[in-house]
Design a protein around this ligand. Structure first.
Ligand code: FE2
Ligand code: FE2
Length: 202
């Protein structure tokens, strides 16, 4: 059958814009997770693991090989190291994802494992956005063409893995301001958890 129908906001764009948008989406989900009550945790963790799985596969299948080829041709050793390190970090992230997917929120280590994954991804994303992506912009790579490939493959993978294109509906997910006024338990937790998690991350 035809692949998932991309939403109007998902128009093809350059590779870096597309990947950065994924990064922002998972960052928001990790933030929601930290403020979530137990009924929301499972859905948020499932969604973030699914999206990271697709994102990692996209980079491993399309971005990293193209980057390696470009850097090899340019004999850019440091940039090649960046790609190799990023691929190793994906392996660690996937181990954490597999652990989370094998757990339920009742597991003692569930919340901690998701939090550690979030911190690990934050580190990985920072390296991609501040080192790898700027190096790609300077390379000979056609980022528009690469973006089109990523866009097509992402839609196919989302469909193959049965992942919805729609954003997760959570009380905070619905609120653009990030301030939830719905959900008694969500509001209760966020009043305490939000301030501590925000300050701890700076
Ligand atoms: Fe990555
Ligand atoms: Fe990435």
């Amino acid at each position: 059958m035809a692949r998932a129908n991309p939403r109007s906001t998902d128009t093809p764009r350059d590779a870096i814009a597309l990947l950065k948008e994924d990064h922002r989406t998972v960052k928001q989900l990790f933030e929601q997770f930290e403020d979530a009550d137990e009924t929301q945790m499972s859905a948020i963790a499932t969604r973030v693991c699914q999206l990271l799985t697709v994102h990692a596969q996209l980079e491993e299948e399309i971005l990293y090989p193209a980057a390696k080829q470009a850097f090899e041709e340019e004999e850019s050793e440091e940039e090649l190291d960046l790609v190799n390190e990023a691929a190793v970090e994906h392996g660690t992230a996937k181990d954490l994802i597999a652990k989370i997917e094998a757990m339920t929120p009742e597991h003692e280590a569930f919340k901690a494992t998701v939090t550690v994954l979030g911190e690990y991804i934050e580190h990985h994303v920072k390296e991609e956005e501040t080192e790898l992506f700027p190096a790609l912009k300077k390379s000979e790579l056609d980022l528009k063409e690469l973006g089109a490939q990523l866009f097509e493959r992402k839609a196919a993978l989302m469909e193959e893995l049965g992942i919805s294109e729609e954003p997760l509906e959570t009380p905070r997910g619905r609120s653009r301001s990030g301030r939830s006024t719905t959900g008694r338990s969500g509001a209760r937790r966020s009043s305490t958890a939000k301030s501590s998690s925000r300050t701890a991350r700076h």
